[in-house]
Design a binder for this molecule. Sequence first.
Ligand code: UD1
Length: 417
Amino acid sequence: MPKIKIEGGHKLTGTVTVSGAKNSVVALIPAAILCDETVTISNVPNITDVDDLENILVHLNAKINREDGKVEINSSDIVNKEITESLSKKLRASYYFMGALLGKFNKVDMYFPGGCAIGARPINLHLKGFELLGAKITEEDNHFIIEADKLKGNNIYLDFPSVGATINIMLAAVKAKGKTIIDNAAQEPEIVNIATFLNNMGAKIKGAGTSTITITGVKYLHSCFHEVIPDRIEAGTYLIIGALLGHNLKIDNMIPNHLEALIAKLTEAGVGMEIGLDNVIINEVKDYKSIEVKTLVYPGFPTDLQQVMTTFLTQCKGKSTVEETIYENRFQNIKELKKMGAKANIRKDNRKATIKGKTELHSADVIATDLRGGASLLVAALVAEGTSTIDNIAYILRGYDRIVEKLTQVGAKIEII
Ligand code: UD1
């Protein structure tokens, strides 16, 4: 099994260009099948989650052509058959085929999705939305058949502003008869990106990016060209790396507005940044102050940056805290960080960690426990004295486009072995 080997302690200089957003593209690809004409998506990151979605499209007989960050999809000959368990559980975002196939054929047959084990990740809100649109759900041993005679718009209130449920309901409702209103919808930038894509194809979606989204069903969706927005979690990861090791490190092709919470917390700790329109230049400062971080839905501090932020906090002087309000089990990386010298404690209920700094991190052989947890170890290894290895790197490659190449370009000593 390949590992990542990192010799820590090198300063990073130059430019890192941020790729297209994982959490956007993994919804755009399933959304594309709602259209019978060819759609083109650009700025597609080279991550294994996209490979896994491509395999599902091929399984369904859609035509997909992928090169140089561009994907063309034609679903005119698609066959609506069962998406097997092995394909469904490869990734979390396979669940978007539920909304997309239901919206296109009024029926979907697939299994519970996969994804990182960071706590219970039910899909009850997705299913509740489908039911309110008129679908009947048969569930047995992780296998779902969701079907409707006819989908009809309805008012849907989400008990929690779930990203996945909001997008899935949009996909199912886009061709349903009449009007659907999603209340307490998620407001993440990826939701806006998907709604814009669907509107470019002729859908009628209003309010994406607010807590109320209105979808007026249309009969036909036509071809379009669409660009994936920059990945705010990838950009945030490089900002944190820059705060620890940057020497005029420029993070380019990002949207600073999408990272206001992270930028505010880094500023509070004492990080100096030059914020441009689509880039941030960042320099390492020696002494950072301890801070308190609490994850929240957008525009709050993103849970997907919580683990990488924990590594940053090991370098802040004093007692910092991280509170996780979205997931039940997202501190698994801390056990591994401790092998590198981090001083951290997790509260009994697994919802809050205390990190004492500043710690001189040292090299260790560690194991990525999940995608963002893997990234937190990678950042620690970049800082640590000596040579570290990270095992289970498949997690990291699911979500970070060409991470080894990007870091090498700015001076890191990192390789896959
Ligand atoms: C998406 C992102 C993930 C990010 C998360 C929160 C993708 C592919 N993944 O995940 O990277 O961490 O948003 O920003 O875009 N919940 C329920 N019932 C549901 C749905 C969700 O109880 O039907 C709960 C979950 O267990 C979790 C919380 O709501 O505690 C957030 O989930 P959600 O926003 O749906 O996240 P995902 O779509 O899974």
